[in-house]
Design a protein around this ligand. Structure first.
Ligand code: NAI
Ligand code: MG
Length: 336
């Protein structure tokens, strides 16, 4: 039976990478019936609806979405639909594997990295609670709750336990935000106590940033509130080849939306240069979620094969191929 999955192509490079994902997933032989819904900056501007009802309704029905990026205006304009969607569907865990690809040269060629970021996805400074107290004085409210901190911590430790990981590192700034990040840490410690076989440690976010650049191989699972998770995800993506290869999943108790770490990349949109690897690695996670283990494995093998061959890669990872040529190479491998 075919799986029913919501497909949100998004905007910018979104439609280009979503088309690549559709073609490559089809080539794995897995049966997926896509329910397409439109979510884009243009649609939101045109309708004034920050989160169109049909998008939410579709994912509520299918339970699973594959999503391209959606542009959010910087400073003013409408609220981020990405944040709105995560909150509306209570997709509280943003899970982002950071894994080296064989054959892809980076500044860290000598170490194979394999870490997973667990980023809290519903609160912190992303609550959108900003006020102009008096002209030229703004407050932006950071919200940290026991409920949200505990469930992201539990998600990280449960994953660590199931996947035989060794260590969970909580990242914080509790030396300054003693109450907010202090609560986050207390929740992490409480959950850590239930998993004595996993090593638990804590690092202050500025130090963690430095260590990620100088000794990234020490990290395994990284657990953090929303803002640090957003920033360190892009930093970590840079360690393994950039945003073009960094996958992710937004998971809740009832729904899952798979999307890459990168945004809509307006600087290269429409030029056939976008690297779909990030969305394809997110698709591997989606296939595993759908229990299509064989298709997930084949897709992962196809990506690794094309990177090892190295002659069909997009410009962001040092190649000269177009999105189409890269996609065609994957499809050829999968059909062979
Ligand atoms: P971005 O991630 O779109 O781009 C940053 C840089 O990485 C650009 O130079 C871009 O060309 C490059 N890049 C990103 N993905 C790539 C890919 N697949 N292949 C090759 N190169 C790639 O970040 P930026 O420019 O800060 O944000 C652009 C827009 O995207 C903003 O409106 C932002 O709000 C939105 N955004 C949306 C997200 C989502 O839908 N989940 C996540 C992050 C940003
Ligand atoms: Mg981000």
């Amino acid at each position: 039976m075919a799986h029913l999955v919501t497909l949100i192509a998004g905007d910018g490079i979104g439609p280009e990478v979503a088309l690549a994902a559709e073609r490559v997933i089809a080539a794995t032989g897995v049966q997926i019936e896509w329910e397409r819904v439109e979510l884009s900056g243009d649609r939101i501007r045109a309708t004034g609806e920050s989160l169109p009802a049909d998008v939410v309704a579709s994912i509520e029905k299918t339970k699973v979405g594959l999503k391209g990026p959606v542009t959010t205006p910087v400073g003013g304009g409408f609220q981020s639909v990405n944040v709105a969607l995560r909150k509306k569907l209570d997709l509280y865990a943003n899970v982002r594997p950071v894994k080296s690809l064989p054959g892809l040269h980076t500044r860290f060629d000598d170490v194979a990295l394999d870490m997973v970021i667990f980023r809290e996805n519903t609160e912190d400074l992303y609550s959108g609670l900003e006020h102009e107290v008096v002209p030229d004085v703004i407050t932006s409210i950071k919200v940290i709750t026991r409920t949200a901190s505990t469930r992201i911590a539990r998600a990280a430790f449960r994953f660590g336990s199931r996947h035989l990981r060794k260590r969970v590192t909580a990242i914080h700034k509790a030396n300054i935000m003693k109450l907010a990040d202090g609560l986050f840490l207390r929740c992490c410690r409480e959950i850590a106590a239930d998993y004595p076989h996993l090593i638990y440690n804590e690092l202050i976010v500025d130090n963690a940033s430095m260590q990620l650049v100088t000794r990234p191989e020490q990290f395994d699972i990284l657990l953090m509130p929303n803002l640090y998770g957003d920033i360190l995800s892009d930093l970590a993506a840079g360690l393994v080849g950039g945003l073009g290869v960094a996958a992710g999943a937004n998971l809740g108790d009832h729904h899952a939306v798979f999307e890459s770490v990168h945004g809509s990349a307006p600087d290269i949109a429409g030029q056939g240069k976008a690297n779909p690897t990030a969305l394809l690695r997110s698709s591997v996670m989606m296939l595993e979620h759908l229990k299509e283990m064989e298709a997930a494995k084949r897709l992962q093998q196809a990506i690794e094969y094309v990177y090892r061959e190295g002659d069909s890669l997009t410009p962001d990872v040092g190649g000269t191929a177009t999105t189409d040529q890269f996609t065609a190479a994957l499809v050829r491998f999968l059909k062979s």
